[in-house]
Design a protein around this ligand. Structure first.
Ligand code: BEZ
Length: 226
């Protein structure tokens, strides 16, 4: 006899509304949804201030901040450290920058000492790092919905160029009826979404497409003409 257990979901998923919160940051108190405003946002956590991989990640993200700005995307870091620790660590991030194509810190960090935000976003994984936040990334849209979630182990530094690439895809596919193939980058050919019939596609893509398969129809990146 089988017993059916309904597993209760604890995690946030793509499409969920990003939980709102009030928090202390290195730029003062913020209310998260108000801070996002009409922009996209990247909320990302690191395990601990004054640790090596985290220092490289934050300096690299600082160097890429102009790229996030170009994409109308605000950047906010988070760990369970205090504002005072964040402020002291900032000098080290500047020192590390020259070794990792980075830059001095130029975006706010949440001081989540009480783990309120970390718990709200499921950033604490006791099996991976006891009571510290692991390397989580949430991309959130102006509609406050979660568009992307990434989780990396503490031992693996993230590639923030990949996050920018995904952001380009997310923003493009929000505007056009396309999806982006493997390894796609801005300007490469895109795929007409399978939900569009050929007849419907003719209206949106009057110059036609290259049908690699009947369901894999390639068109130039529609944002290139804008
Ligand atoms: C690091 O950033 O190097 C790190 C932090 C926590 C655990 C392991 C590595």
């Amino acid at each position: 006899m089988f017993k059916l257990f309904k597993k209760k979901s604890t995690g946030l998923r793509i499409g969920d509304t990003a939980p709102d919160f009030k928090a202390e940051t290195t730029d003062g108190t913020i209310k998260f949804h108000d801070w996002i405003g009409d922009s996209y946002a990247m909320l990302f956590s690191h395990p601990k201030d004054f640790t090596p991989v985290c220092s490289t990640e934050l300096s690299r993200t600082a160097a890429l901040k102009p790229e996030f700005d170009k994409r109308n995307t605000k950047v906010m870091g988070l760990s369970v450290d205090s504002v005072g620790d964040h402020a002291m660590w900032e000098n080290d991030i500047g020192d590390v920058a020259k070794h990792f194509n980075g830059a001095p810190l130029n975006f706010p960090l949440i001081a989540d000492n009480d783990k309120k935000v970390a718990e709200l976003y499921g950033m604490i994984h006791p099996g991976e790092l006891d009571n510290l936040t692991i390397r989580s990334v949430f991309i959130i849209g102006p509609d406050k919905k979660i568009k992307l979630i990434m989780t990396y182990p503490a031992s693996t530094g993230r590639n923030f160029l990949e996050i920018l690439r995904a952001l380009d895809s997310i923003q493009l596919t929000a505007k056009h009826k396309v999806a982006t193939p493997v390894d796609w980058k801005h300007g490469d050919d895109c795929i007409i979404v399978p939900a569009l019939s050929d007849d419907e596609a003719k209206g949106l893509f009057p110059d036609g497409w290259n049908a690699v398969k009947s369901y894999l129809r390639l068109v130039p990146d529609p944002s290139k003409n804008k």
